[in-house]
Design a protein around this ligand. Structure first.
Ligand SMILES: [Zn+2]
Length: 305
């Protein structure tokens, strides 16, 4: 079986063909059509047909998008490629391609990729976390995504930061309408905002990490506050889901100190006498979204089962 995955990004759209062992047979990346729904559909259809012509047969089709298909309406929602919101993307692609298509948000595709043949391979329950421009999550159980009637399983970025202290309440306003969401603290912009508030310095996340590594005390303190918040946010997940492995993705997953520091911190909030959960960096990096999309061709749990 050949599996095609497409990663529908805001600026680039990537297609990848995997064989059963996860080997990459074909890979292509094009600019995403902008502000044009019909052109986006045509681009996806052309990438699928062109890739299938190259591998010489039909394949299963999975797509990673920044948003998600609403189970209530069948329309795409919450995408930062705003011209796709409110459109019947799944139905239109099924009609044009004449066969089943699966669509999942990029955090779910990340979790699936890392669960199938990434850092969480062979582990029963994997919680995948994206720490980037936004904060997202996905849950894979026995190598398949956990769905749910609301298609929201694992979306923990817009829960409130747990065990917040007085300096963290009510927390920064979030675009979702709430204040103090996990995303407002643990996203890249959240880290930069926290550093700016504490020091008056406007720095990018990678600059803060580099300065901390070079011995800058204020930058180190910013990373330490972040590690405490990440530990609390993940302790919350461990208490609820008790995953075998938590895999970090997104730009902030590249800061190496989390993998040692956070597990040292989280046990004080986990309601257990010891914590055996593994916290691991991802294996597939920027390819996790498109690889996870390809693996959507495997059977799914929940409403798509
Ligand atoms: Zn929010």
């Amino acid at each position: 079986m050949i599996r095609l995955g497409l990663d529908l990004g805001g600026t680039k759209t990537e297609v990848l063909a995997l064989d059963d062992q996860g080997n990459v047979l074909q890979r292509r990346r094009v600019s995403s059509p902008q502000h044009d729904y019909e052109a986006t559909l045509a681009c996806i259809v052309e990438l699928v047909r062109g890739t299938e012509a190259q591998v010489g047969r039909l394949a299963s089709i999975g797509i990673a998008t920044p948003g998600a298909i609403s189970p209530a309406s069948g329309l795409l929602r919450n995408s930062n490629s705003t011209w796709l919101n409110g459109k019947p993307l799944l139905d239109d692609l099924v009609e044009r391609l004449g066969r089943p298509v699966r669509i999942e948000n990029d955090a779910n595709c990340f979790a699936l990729s890392e669960a199938v043949d990434g850092a969480g391979a062979g582990r029963p329950v994997v919680f995948g976390v994206i720490l980037g421009t936004g904060v997202g999550g996905g849950i894979a159980v026995d190598g398949a995504l956990l769905g749910g009637p609301n298609r929201i399983a694992g979306e923990w970025g817009h829960n409130p930061l747990p065990w917040a202290d007085d300096t963290e309440r009510p927390g920064p306003p979030c675009y979702c309408g709430q204040r103090g969401c996990i995303e407002t603290f643990l996203s890249g912009p959240g880290l930069c905002h926290d550093h700016l508030s504490a020091t008056g310095e406007k720095r990018r996340a990678e600059e803060i990490a580099a300065a901390a590594g070079a011995g800058d005390a204020a930058s180190h303190a910013t990373l330490e506050r972040y590690a405490h918040r990440l530990a609390r946010a993940l302790a919350h997940v461990i208490n609820l889901l008790d995953p075998d492995v938590i895999v970090l993705g997104g730009g902030l997953s590249n800061v190496p100190i989390w993998y040692d520091r956070v597990p040292r911190l989280w046990s004080r909030w986990v309601f257990a006498d010891r914590v055996d959960t593994a916290l691991l960096p991802n294996r597939h990096g920027d390819s996790s979204g498109v690889r996870g999309a390809a693996w959507l061709g495997r059977s799914m749990r929940g409403t798509d089962a």
